[in-house]
Design a protein around this ligand. Sequence first.
Ligand SMILES: Nc1ncnc2c1ncn2[C@@H]1O[C@H](COP(=O)(O)OP(=O)(O)OP(=O)(O)O)[C@@H](O)[C@H]1O
Ligand SMILES: [Mg+2]
Length: 334
Amino acid sequence: MSLLEVTDLRVRFRAGRREVRAVDGVSYRIDAGETVALVGESGSGKTVSCRALIGLLPPTAIVTGSARFRDAELIGLSDEQLRPHRGADIAMVFQDPARSLNPTMKIGLQVAEAIRAHEPFTRREAADRAVELLREVRIPLPERRAAEYPHQLSGGMRQRVMIAMALACRPQLLIADEATTALDVTTQAQIMELLLELQQELGMALLLITHDLGLAATYAGEVIVMYAGRIVEQATAGRLLAGERAGEVGGHVRMPYTKALLEAVPRLELPAHAPLPVIGGRPPDLSERHQGCSFAPRCQSARDDCRQAAPPLAEHESGHRWACWHPVNESRHD
Ligand SMILES: Nc1ncnc2c1ncn2[C@@H]1O[C@H](COP(=O)(O)OP(=O)(O)OP(=O)(O)O)[C@@H](O)[C@H]1O
Ligand SMILES: [Mg+2]
């Protein structure tokens, strides 16, 4: 049975007369203990689609569709009704740790308050538990760190504190939103390893949000690619990267957008001065209705029919979904 089953999730924001369709019919599932990555450029709807699950969007957001967590439907619940699900079923490590931590409050107290928001602990018990959580996320000398303020910690350590807070209620699904984006490459790898270790230890499912397809494919089993509020491709990481070692980019990638994302990943084998390929053009304005495939204006493979009708997302090969009329690498069928 799946842990989380999202079906036709839509999020619109009302802004005066305009309406921004930030998430436009997203469906996927996550099994218990699984690692899934949600990948896409800035503005593709990654954060909004996840915040919608636990009701963390401003009142201007209109959310429709379904998100079943085990037996419970989450969409349509009131703030009050969602509270028991937040933290215990689904916890989220938010983008931008600098803004998520209170600069005037000691680390230990912040973690303790996160605990006390959910559990009927005394201050003393929560303080002890906070130190335990800091130890769990491998912060050295956790008793000492607990008495420090956020600015006394490095970016990586602050991110560990954020993870400790998210783990306070032993979530079954941890959503890490760009948890490592602000960090240097070495620290990034350490945090990713930590997340995977904790996932094993605690038996959680992990949803990694990132714009880096290389990172997604390295750490996740399943990769979901979003563009302009929709899923445009989904497959196992192994399948998307098969053929990479032979020097080919994106062995079984079908959607030209995914291929472009993969080409934009920094590559070690390229000389340091080689320019990074970027995807030309901009994502569409989500407040306007578009005919055809939303990636067509930027797509090198686009033809006339791409501008007429949007390709549906369908499972064309076992376990591999994509939304494209003229997929790339079509001769590969293994
Ligand atoms: N409160 C809001 N009101 C109106 N539009 C919003 C609001 N929050 C987000 N959006 C819009 O929804 C779309 C999706 O935003 P979202 O934050 O989910 O993108 P993202 O994929 O997480 O991007 P990033 O990689 O930059 O974090 C964007 O076009 C954004 O401008
Ligand atoms: Mg985001």
